[in-house]
Design a protein around this ligand. Structure first.
Ligand code: COI
Length: 355
């Protein structure tokens, strides 16, 4: 593990006074963690420094060819005031898998985890107290070589920034409405859909904006080959409940292997639900929602937590799922997951790191 040099800010920012108005990812804390990579040298110069702008050469490769990957994890405040992280090692391991696919170096996960913990401890006072709020942790890796030849960069920057957040969707825990995307696709077979690369999100913005103008919160992406099978929502993986049976799209290389997705599947099984990973035909889901056989739909993600989907729309048809509110399954999973994350419930899975 690398030594981490700490330089504290002499100019601390004002913390948000109203924690109920945090929103998502709008405010950043006083410090950040950085480390550099150079081919032949490896990861080096691990440091915590005051949060500040980067100086980037306009020809830096990340700005042209998009070697950029990121992660999202959170620090939660318990009722006794203590802090805890939820499975951050899983995020850092996923970053290494994203890096491999993007021709980027494997992360020094041990130093990154230590940097993350030290940074959060320094920023302790930024972890909000209000129910449902947390400190969002955004690890990021970008290519830093200067030049326009298309090849893997030899230099990279890894950094972590922190943001006190509330709910990701403006609806909070209220059900969101989702449009089944029929014009564009998010990911293709053999592509980068399973990675958390910036390009996946760039590719989703146009469809998201069009859907938002029509009054929907997000789009549901279908597979890129037949545009028939459910993939994910971009900001969350999708799950559907048929009574006590939960189904979610099977990982196929074009769906993000969500850490919340994995946690919810484990929790669901431990709570006595049947939980299966399957290939899900959107036409069947839609027909089942119409007939009432499908009782709930919800998304899972670090930012989104568990977000019930109240309305699903495809082409010109719009259907209400269940009674349009949060269902029993989603509510019980939300209560159990957040119970563990906020330290109200025992963690039987070894997911929590207390700080
Ligand atoms: C997360 O849930 O942490 C994500 O990275 C999704 C993001 C688009 C907000």
């Amino acid at each position: 593990m690398l030594d981490i040099k700490v330089t504290l800010s002499q100019n601390l920012k004002q913390k948000p006074a109203d924690e109920s108005a945090l929103g998502f990812g709008r405010i950043f804390t006083d410090h950040m963690f950085l480390m550099d990579y150079e081919q032949g040298v490896g990861w080096n110069n691990a440091r915590i420094v005051p949060y500040a702008d980067f100086a980037l050469d306009p020809a830096a490769m990340v700005l042209h060819y998009g070697q950029a990957i990121f992660e999202g994890t959170k620090c939660y405040r318990r009722a006794d005031g203590g802090l805890q992280l939820f499975r951050p090692q899983a995020n850092l391991a996923r970053m290494t898998r994203s890096a491999e696919r993007m021709g980027m170096p494997a992360l020094d996960e041990e130093t990154a985890l230590e940097g993350l913990k030290q940074l959060v401890r320094i920023e302790e006072a930024w972890v909000p107290h209000l129910d449902g709020t947390s400190l969002y942790i955004r690890p990021t890796m970008i290519s830093m070589d200067v030049g326009l030849g298309v090849h893997a960069s030899k230099k990279y920057l890894f950094y972590i920034i922190l943001s006190p957040v509330g709910a990701y969707y403006k609806e909070g825990l209220k059900p969101v409405s989702i449009y089944v995307e029929d014009a564009y696709v998010r990911a293709v077979r053999g592509g980068v859909g399973f990675t958390k690369c910036a390009g996946n999100y760039a590719a989703s913005i146009l469809a998201g904006d069009v859907a938002e103008k029509k009054g929907f919160s997000q789009v549901l992406w279908l597979d890129g080959v037949e545009q028939k099978y459910v993939e994910e929502v971009g900001s969350m993986n999708m799950m559907f409940a048929y009574g006590n049976k939960i189904v979610t799209p099977k990982l196929n290389g074009s769906i993000l292997p969500g850490i919340t997705r994995d946690s919810v599947l484990t929790l669901a099984r431990s709570m006595g639900y049947e939980a299966e990973e399957e290939r899900l035909d959107i036409n069947e889901i839609f027909a089942d929602a119409k007939s009432g056989k499908l009782t709930e739909a919800f998304g899972t993600g670090t930012a989104a937590v568990i977000s019930p989907v109240g309305t699903l729309a495809m082409k010109d048809e719009k259907i209400t799922i269940g009674d349009g509110g949060i269902g029993k399954v989603a509510q019980s999973l939300y209560d159990t997951l957040t119970g563990i994350q906020y330290g109200r419930l025992e963690d039987k899975f070894g997911w929590i790191i207390k700080l």
